[in-house]
Design a protein around this ligand. Structure first.
Ligand SMILES: Cc1cc2nc3c(=O)[nH]c(=O)nc-3n(C[C@H](O)[C@H](O)[C@H](O)COP(=O)(O)OP(=O)(O)OC[C@H]3O[C@@H](n4cnc5c(N)ncnc54)[C@H](O)[C@@H]3O)c2cc1C
Length: 419
């Protein structure tokens, strides 16, 4: 019987591993609760009308159609029976494994306030992105209908909580929507009067970047009409808006970009986890007490030189590659590769048209050139020529015409109907 490798999660880590096991001679079962692989770095552009969903996600079956050694299952994993060496599915089904790879990513963390999610959705899935897009577009529509000036102002107030790259990118592009794309289409309201707030509890935005780039990004956002508030915690979130410290702020559209929590894999495995729920793995990315179970990507806590490897796409892909090398070596009876070493590719964030910041560690870039580099890097990492072409064309069209094309309100509310 062939060696059975079960991979849970077809994100950056899981898919990379499966691709790198091509020809390894094992029988692979890839399980994901969605039928698509998602390019999360461009999700915010779906949420803000620049790209359509099909431009940043691809059916997993289609990607792996030529791989006769891979069986793809659309199923939700709910547990792992380590004693029986089986993965447990939501419908009660079980999938046996010889080697298991868990790469189930992360979700938003509301720091003990899970009730806030209904009014402040985070951005992680295509459903999240289309929910946020729907709310953004409906807020302008409701403002146009509102007779009460206070209600109109609340509809035109957008609060983004958390100023890492996702928060910065969202705030920048919402400002462009309000100030550059929508004016002229509404008759009763001036969309340029919209207030876009970017709120950060810490002392500066983009804390993973060097301070001068954070300062540049804050100035660039303010020039685009974003109010940047740092050093203020959000103490409450509700249907009417948020409370900043002690001060209530009516805002009908609130987006959460403040924290992540790993998938519940540590519970399934009965393994040790860090405070963010990430499973603590050894330098070969496997459980310390079970070398046949790998945990990768955003679900794993692995350290290099005493520092945790960050939860970013290149780290997940590098881990997928490393674990595939390990599995191959074992199957061939060869010595294992050296310990996993993360190669940092740099921190990137875009602020809006013609403005981005890039921190490569040894050198930094900002402004228009950084924006082009950011765009080319993202095009390069998309899957397939069609997506690269479609995204390039969408960006070019938006750049030349000043219009975003994905502006239809089609979806029903997925969280809770709002006033
Ligand atoms: C909005 C946003 C923007 C980002 N921007 C950037 C960026 O600009 N640059 C960058 O480097 N990184 C960025 N990241 C982070 C990057 O996307 C992650 O680090 C990366 O996706 C982690 O890869 P992964 O394979 O661990 O998990 P994921 O890519 O999240 O994949 C996890 C997979 O597991 C599946 N899954 C989860 N639970 C189950 C279950 N119970 N059963 C079955 N399947 C399951 C999911 O459906 C998913 O397909 C961003 C993330 C987000 C959310």
């Amino acid at each position: 019987m062939k060696h059975r490798v079960v991979v849970v999660g077809a994100g950056f880590a899981g898919l990379q591993l499966v691709q790198d096991l091509d020809g390894a001679g094992c029988e692979i079962t890839l399980i994901d609760q969605r039928n698509h692989h998602l390019f999360q770095p461009l999700l915010y552009q779906v949420a803000t009308t620049l790209l359509a969903t099909s431009e940043i996600a691809w059916p997993i079956r289609r990607i792996l159609r030529r791989r006769r050694d891979v069986t793809t299952l659309l199923a939700t994993v709910t547990g792992i029976d380590r004693a029986a060496r089986e993965v447990v599915l939501g419908d009660g089904g079980r999938v046996p494994f010889d080697t298991l790879v868990v790469a189930t990513g992360a979700r938003h963390a509301y720091f003990g306030h899970d009730g806030w999610e209904a009014d402040a959705p985070g951005l992680k899935t295509l459903e999240d992105a289309t929910t946020i897009r729907r709310r953004l577009l409906l807020a302008f529509e409701r403002a146009e209908l509102a007779r009460d000036p206070a209600e109109r102002a609340a509809q035109l107030t957008f609060a983004v909580i958390g100023a890492g790259p996702t928060g910065v990118e969202l705030a920048g592009i919402i400002a462009e929507l309000a100030h550059r794309i929508l004016p002229g289409e509404f008759r009763r309201i001036d969309t340029r009067k919209a207030r876009i707030l970017l709120i950060e509890a810490g002392p500066r935005i983009l804390p993973a970047f060097i301070p001068s780039l954070s300062a540049y990004a804050a100035r660039a956002l303010e020039r685009r009409g974003v109010e940047v508030r740092t050093g203020v915690p959000v103490t409450d979130v509700g249907r009417e808006g948020i409370v900043l410290g002690e001060q209530p702020l009516p805002a009908r559209t609130v987006i959460w970009a403040a924290g992540v929590q790993a998938s519940p894999a540590a519970g399934w495995l009965g393994a040790k986890a860090d405070r963010a729920g990430r499973v603590i793995v050894g330098d070969q990315l496997a459980l310390p007490d079970d070398p046949q179970i790998f945990v990768l990507g955003d679900t794993a806590h692995v350290e290099n030189d005493g520092q945790p490897v960050p939860g970013v796409a290149p780290a997940a892909k590098q881990q997928g590659k490393h674990a595939a090398r390990q599995i191959r070596a074992r199957l061939q009876g060869k010595p294992p590769p050296g310990p996993f070493r993360y190669r940092h590719m740099g921190n990137l964030a875009t602020i809006g048209r013609n403005a981005a910041v890039i921190d490569f560690g040894r050198f930094q870039m900002k402004g228009r050139l950084a924006w082009w580099v950011w765009g080319l890097a993202h095009i390069y990492f998309l899957i397939g020529a069609r997506s690269r072409l479609m995204v390039s064309l969408s960006w070019l069209w938006s750049f030349l015409s000043g219009q975003n094309s994905a502006r239809l309100i089609t979806q029903k509310e997925t969280l809770r109907e709002r006033p």
